[in-house]
Ligand binder design. Sequence first.
Ligand SMILES: Nc1ncnc2c1ncn2[C@@H]1O[C@H](COP(=O)(O)OP(=O)(O)OP(=O)(O)O)[C@@H](O)[C@H]1O
Ligand SMILES: [Mg+2]
Length: 295
Amino acid sequence: MSELIHIENVSKIFNKKDWRGRKLKVSAVSDITLTINKGETFGLVGESGSGKTTLGRMILDLETPSSGQILYGNQEISKLKLADRKKIKQNMQIIFQDPYAALNPRMTALELVMEPLLSVSKELAKQKAIDTLATVGISGDAVHKFPRSFSGGQRQRIGIARAIVNDPEFILCDEPTSALDVSIQSQIIALLKQLQKRSGLTYLFISHDLSVIQHVSDRIAVMYKGELVELASVACLFKHPQHPYTKKLLAAALVADPKLARLQLNEEKIDEVIHLSDSFEWVEVDDNHFVRRDK
Ligand SMILES: Nc1ncnc2c1ncn2[C@@H]1O[C@H](COP(=O)(O)OP(=O)(O)OP(=O)(O)O)[C@@H](O)[C@H]1O
Ligand SMILES: [Mg+2]
């Protein structure tokens, strides 16, 4: 399998102000190295604030790393000339969590999907947009409707159409189903899988929801407080979780199972045992199953 994106020692520190106006530094992502392969779905899990979106936004060149390198193909995006950078950015798209907020309410579905098609004639853009909308299941008069006339699931289909209309190689799916009902979630996931099969798309799929992540991912990275703590194939991670935080995450998601519920304890107690120190090593516990071991 060939590499599409390689992230090397990437960190992001945000400068913030607290309520008194004092300057604060927030370490959102800390020294992450990983590779995303062509055609795979790379799952990214971790609790709220663990840096998932920040990492995704850096990959898309929407946020600049404080340190480290991001390679797309073999090219370092930040070092490219503006025109080449634009070209690469067209290859990378995003699907957002909240389809309603992501769509301009004054544009029709057709206009919304035509909008990213900048370099072709209007006529061609229209045809491409109609075809793409049909691919995601929106056709006929519906293409002339405004976002408010669509259900949440249909709006997400429009969001997906916008993302795929320029035939990208890579899509960041940032909690794309979290705002949807469970039955609609599975339809959207089925659509994403179908599109991947058809065009060999690569996904970075961010979610809190472990059952969704388990269902869609080939490999999974677990983030905790801005750091990567475990990386494994989906089967390995769910069968043999190694890092205390991964174990906590899996246990928390399976509270219905009484044995695991007991393990769950209360969150602060588990937090106490999860210690991330400056001194650690990566251990390959199994084939391509990596765990951070703090010293
Ligand atoms: N633009 C920003 N300015 C300042 N701080 C930020 C900014 N974006 C993110 N942060 C901070 O960086 C940390 C990581 O945030 P991020 O949104 O990447 O987490 P996340 O894992 O995506 O969380 P969630 O699951 O809630 O979406 C948080 O502490 C957040 O407050
Ligand atoms: Mg996020």
